[in-house]
Write a protein that binds this ligand. Structure first.
Ligand code: PMP
Length: 315
């Protein structure tokens, strides 16, 4: 039994004990990272003490797009997967904010050939309690990675495939070894793409700027949330355009933006302070609006799915 593990996971249609949530070592999913996945957070609302899963529909839509790109089909509908996430969160009953990973993977394939196309697929879902980053208030120090971001001509970053994270790991581990908290990768054109597991948003002269999908980034759901909130709450636009490395050194504010990292201020790049070296005012304000939104306290209740028992007949 894995120490401190959650009690349950979900595998191919049913809740299973954590240690039984396994895929074969020679499945293409395990062997070559031939899988696609989504990380979803569920937050407890301070108003009713109940958990709400954030933007599940958009995450499952992106999972479908990733699957389509890999010619992958699974035995479950989006409603099945949403219900599975809910059932799992309820079964584990952490009583706190959780992170849920939904993974669709390729099985073994004909003649155990990892290159051969296979229609054999499976899905596993795990959920763990994940508190807010300890750096949420103070911010993080970023480097510019010596690794380039994979690109659409080789390993498309729009597809959220497990194998893409080999590139992310190389960059993150290098950064940590060199004393940074995180890192920003440049793409093959030398412009800014994203961090190993988050998008990046820069503020210059009251405009939020993030690299477009063509810059070698995952099309982020958190960025989309931030764009909506910045427009509605602060009257600020979000522009999608290429960002030069040197702009990072002279920008007013900079933050990571992702389901796991939420909005995380970047306070230095390559040891150069971003503005005065503290989290910026717009970043702070957006953190507050984002927190309201994920805890079902905004004018977007459609973003928050109540984690309640699945009605009979679903799944
Ligand atoms: N880029 C990468 C590589 C990621 O793994 C993530 C996390 N899913 C993001 C960006 C941010 O995407 P989202 O806001 O949809 O979580």
């Amino acid at each position: 039994m894995t120490a401190n593990a959650p009690e349950y996971a979900w595998l191919d249609g049913r809740l299973v004990p954590w240690d039984q949530c396994v895929v074969h070592a020679r499945s293409q999913g395990a062997f070559w990272g031939a899988n696609v996945f989504e990380g979803i957070r569920a937050y407890v609302s301070p108003d009713d003490g109940e958990p709400y899963a954030f933007r599940v529909t958009e995450h499952l839509e992106r999972l479908r797009r990733s699957m389509k790109s890999l010619h992958m089909e699974i035995d479950f509908t989006d409603a099945d997967l949403a219900a599975a996430c809910t059932d799992l969160i309820l079964a584990n009953d952490f009583g706190t904010d959780v992170h849920v990973c939904v993974v669709a993977y390729f099985g073994m394939g004909p003649n155990f050939d990892p290159l051969a196309h296979t229609t054999e697929t499976g899905v596993h879902i795990t959920s763990t309690p994940v508190p807010r980053s300890a750096a949420y208030d103070r911010g993080v120090a970023a480097s510019i990675s010596s690794w380039r971001r994979i690109g659409n001509d080789a390993m498309p970053t729009r597809i959220k495939a497990g194998a893409n994270y080999h590139n992310s790991r190389l960059a993150q581990h290098e950064a940590v070894r060199n004393g940074f908290d995180t890192t920003l990768l440049l793409n093959s054109r030398g412009t800014v793409s994203e961090a190993p597991g988050s998008c990046v948003v820069m503020v210059r002269d009251g405009v939020l700027i993030t690299p477009p999908g063509t810059s070698g980034v995952l099309e982020g759901i958190t960025v989309d949330t931030v764009a909506t909130l910045a427009g509605e709450r602060l009257g600020l636009p979000l522009e999608r355009r290429e960002i030069d490395r040197a702009e990072l050194y002279v920008c007013d504010e900079l933050f990571l933006c992702g389901t796991m990292s939420e909005l995380l201020p970047i306070t230095s790049v390559d040891r150069l302070p971003v503005a005065d070296g503290g989290p910026g005012e717009i970043t702070r304000a957006l953190q507050g609006h984002y927190d309201d939104a994920v805890r079902n306290r905004s004018s977007h209740p459609d973003w928050c799915t109540p984690v309640v028992p699945t009605p009979e007949g679903v799944v």
